[in-house]
Ligand binder design. Structure first.
Ligand SMILES: Cc1ncc(COP(=O)(O)O)c(C=O)c1O
Length: 449
């Protein structure tokens, strides 16, 4: 294969170096790490990204599961957006009516799991979609508490931040956040408090989590009739691309249904086709009362968030919750077309999953530092450990792999403490998947030697 990289990214004298330095001077500190990912993007084409120095990279990040339909965006989504721009973009969707948000709400209600009437609250991001979910379940039930999972990520604004428990740095120096959240262990098959091998014994792992909720929350901490909802990602994203046992959500739902506790399914990172279904929770056969979406819903072109919920939970009077950009006409049209495009790609995701299974599974046997490989569809995580026996997380090796992959022309993003995610756009070809996975293994090999 011809090398993709002509100049080492971020190397001295390059344009990348200039922009990284200027960025540090003028743009707020967020999550960049120029040591690992000194990537300054100028443009994208399909599944390929070009940096300011003209280097070409294969993208296995979809820009954090947003650009699921390629760069700059899918041609059909682009066309729909341009046509809508000639009609109207912003139409004060929470004060005036517009047909576009009604069309999108109807579509989301019809495609989401659950055979019951639904409504939708529109916003601009994942964290806002979750903030709306929290307000919704509290005012609908009159209950105050929310159960969330260790390893879960739901955003960084003060309500969602309280739900998030994937990295303590998110909470550094900013207390107090929203009160009323209780965290419980997640059924991570590879790494859980009971040291159960959840791949060998999924039922046992799930039982332990449910017993924990019953005994340590409902019995000892907060009566279940004061718990409004449980929130979970169907597959933990920021926490490491962790797939729970397939029986987990049906069993969880059985338990919480007994007490009238609602289930909020955070599909912000996994939704809109990433796992081969429009909603990742469809792999688990449950119908959540509330589902949140954002990221890919805008086709990688327009920001939009959505909170889909059972109609009977709706806000009891105007003014309890609203915003400026909700129901943005342009965003709604982009999302409608995005859903259509995503539906047409689902079968491809299922096909491409086979290549991931075939190429990634052997890595666990081949490399001492590859502790776990897990995923569904085009949502894969690989966890690096110091050694297989101790299972101690090895962020240093992980970071070296991400950096080496970038130098080899493949863009990856870290997740969890020592994992990487492999999440290419859904339009990727078989050939491109193979190129990416080859570079990934080559990078592990280089770091291992
Ligand atoms: C599962 C999940 N929920 C919520 C969020 C927050 O979304 P946003 O960054 O758009 O606020 C994220 C972001 O990564 C996420 O992965």
């Amino acid at each position: 294969m011809k090398p993709l990289i002509t100049m080492k990214p971020g190397s001295s004298g390059s344009k990348a170096k200039y922009w990284i330095e200027e960025h540090a001077k003028y743009v707020a500190t967020t999550t960049h790490d120029p040591e690992i990912l000194p990537l300054v993007i100028e443009r994208g084409e399909g599944v390929w990204i070009y940096d300011v120095d003209g280097n070409k990279y294969l993208d296995f990040t979809s820009s954090i599961s947003v650009c699921n339909f390629g760069y700059p965006t899918h041609p059909e989504i682009k066309k729909a957006i341009i046509e809508q721009l000639d009609r109207i973009a912003h139409a004060a969707g929470t004060d005036f009516y517009n047909p576009y948000q009604v069309m999108l709400a109807k579509k989301l209600a019809s495609i989401s799991p659950g055979d019951f009437p639904k409504k939708v609250f529109f916003s601009n991001s994942g964290t806002e979609a979750n903030e709306a979910a929290v307000k919704l379940v509290r005012q609908a039930t009159g209950r105050k508490f929310i159960i969330a999972f260790y390893g879960g990520f739901h955003g960084r604004t003060m309500g969602s931040l309280a739900l998030t428990a994937s990295k303590s740095v998110h909470k550094k120096g900013v207390f107090p956040w929203m009160p009323g959240v209780i965290h419980v262990p997640y059924p991570n098959p590879y790494r859980n408090p009971w040291h159960i091998d959840g791949y060998e014994n999924p039922g046992e792992l799930v039982n332990r989590v449910l017993e924990f909720i019953e005994e340590y929350v409902f019995d000892k901490l907060i009566p279940p009739e004061e718990v409004a909802a449980v929130i979970s990602e169907p597959i933990q994203g920021e926490g490491g691309y962790v797939v729970p046992p397939r029986v987990f959500f049906t069993e969880l739902k059985k338990l919480i249904d007994k007490y009238g506790v609602l289930f909020i399914d955070d599909e912000v990172q996994m939704g809109i086709g990433r796992t081969g279904k429009l909603f990742a929770i469809e792999h688990f056969n449950v119908a959540p009362e509330v589902i949140t979406l954002a990221k890919a819903l805008g086709g990688g072109a327009i920001p939009i968030g959505a909170t889909i919920f059972r109609s009977e939970l709706d806000f009891k009077q105007p003014g309890i919750h609203s915003n400026t950009f909700g129901g943005h006409a342009l965003a709604c049209i982009a999302a409608l077309k995005t859903i259509e495009v995503a539906e047409s790609l689902l079968h491809r995701v299922v096909e491409l999953e086979k290549i991931f299974i075939e190429k990634l599974s052997p890595l666990r046997e081949k490399y001492e530092k590859v502790g776990d490989v897990r995923g569904i569809g085009l949502a894969w995580g690989v966890e690096f450990v110091v050694d297989k026996k101790s299972k101690r997380p090895d962020p240093t090796t992980r970071n070296k792999v991400v950096k080496t992959a970038l130098e080899n022309g493949l863009v990856l993003l870290p997740c969890g403490k020592s994992s990487v995610r492999l999440i290419p756009p859904l339009i990727i070809t078989e050939e491109e998947v193979k190129i990416g996975l080859e570079i990934f293994e080559k990078s592990i090999r280089e770091v291992s030697s």
